[in-house]
Design a protein around this ligand. Sequence first.
Ligand SMILES: [Zn+2]
Length: 427
Amino acid sequence: MEISKRFSLAKSTLFSGLLILGSTLAFAQAKEASDVSSRALAIHNSAIVIDTHADTPQRFLDDNFDIGSTDPKDFGHISLDKARAGNLGAEFFSIWVEPETNQGHFAQHTLDLIDSVYEQAARHPDRMMMAFSVDDIERAHKQKKLAALMGIEGGHSIENDIHLLRDFYRLGVRYMTLSWSNTNEWADSSGDIGDPKIQHHNGLTDFGKQVVLEMNRLGMMVDISHVADKTFWDTIAVTKAPVIASHSSARALCNAPRNMTDDMLRAVAKNGGVVDVNFFAGFLDQNYWNAVQAQQKEQEAATHAYLEKLKADGKQITFADEDRITREWMAKIPRPPFMVLIDHVDHIAKVAGVDHVGLGSDFDGVSGATPAGMDSAADLPKITQALLDRGYSAEDIRKILGGNVMRVFKEVERVSRELQAQPALGK
Ligand SMILES: [Zn+2]
């Protein structure tokens, strides 16, 4: 999830406007990615394709969206048909708890969202199954079902309680993003690091470090997307297992604080982890990011007025309401070409190595603001075509599409078994 009226995209007082490089290059080499060759399709369909971040649970819970929907007018990025068309094998559904409206009951809302994923799987047992391990993902793939996994987006969900962290693991949560755009009581976020009104901790607190170690012990992947730079470095220093960035792109190409510097990319490589590229246009294309910043004030005022009017009319505000108005504002900015997405994959593959890059779309969390031609999970084969065009081997493409995430997940499971064979760490 990137876009919300309360913690809007443009929180960064860090933006320096130094790098205007990404989009210019991308436009120069722009090519419409619409045709996928039979060779590309064969490679794509030979892979277990894994996406590590989609916000569809907001739609499940708030808007009663059915993942089995066949409505051709539905603008959502994820449905079972779209997943099938794009050979999406596993989706990590994001369990994202909006931190302002859910004050005082973060854990309860976390449980509601977890339930919404299970309910979808129960409704479509022939095409979808809950998955909790590397073995489960492989099993689902063999049965031609979408493997549904879950990741908590934002450490505030555990309400500073290590017992709740363990309970969420038992319910099937297999990664947790240490913070969302809000700094919580133990991890600083990139979303508000420049805001002097927020109490920061200089990265991770001692409890935050304990959370990371307990996640290692449980076998829950540690996700460093959204965190402040210092939180990232603290996490790298303390973790005993590889980390993931479930939905982050490269700062060298688009200077947004949510993106990762080349030093961070190299550190993740050294740690054995994986950086899964976010498809949000504002994190891929500098022009788009600048345009979002430029309209931020006006957008916030309009959004506020719109939602206040709905409230005055006695309407309960849903995710769809917020998304509707945000879409209107995102649509004012021209979408960057498809190739900007590939530029980020390529950059991370070159800086960190091809073993350390994957896909973390942020589908259904960016209010339609993806590069041109990337309109849903059905468009995933275009990535394979574009990588093939850039000279990537079939083997490397399969790593990027999901193999790298599988390797990291497997290693996290192995480290967990090893740590559990030792005496317990914390209470
Ligand atoms: Zn997010």
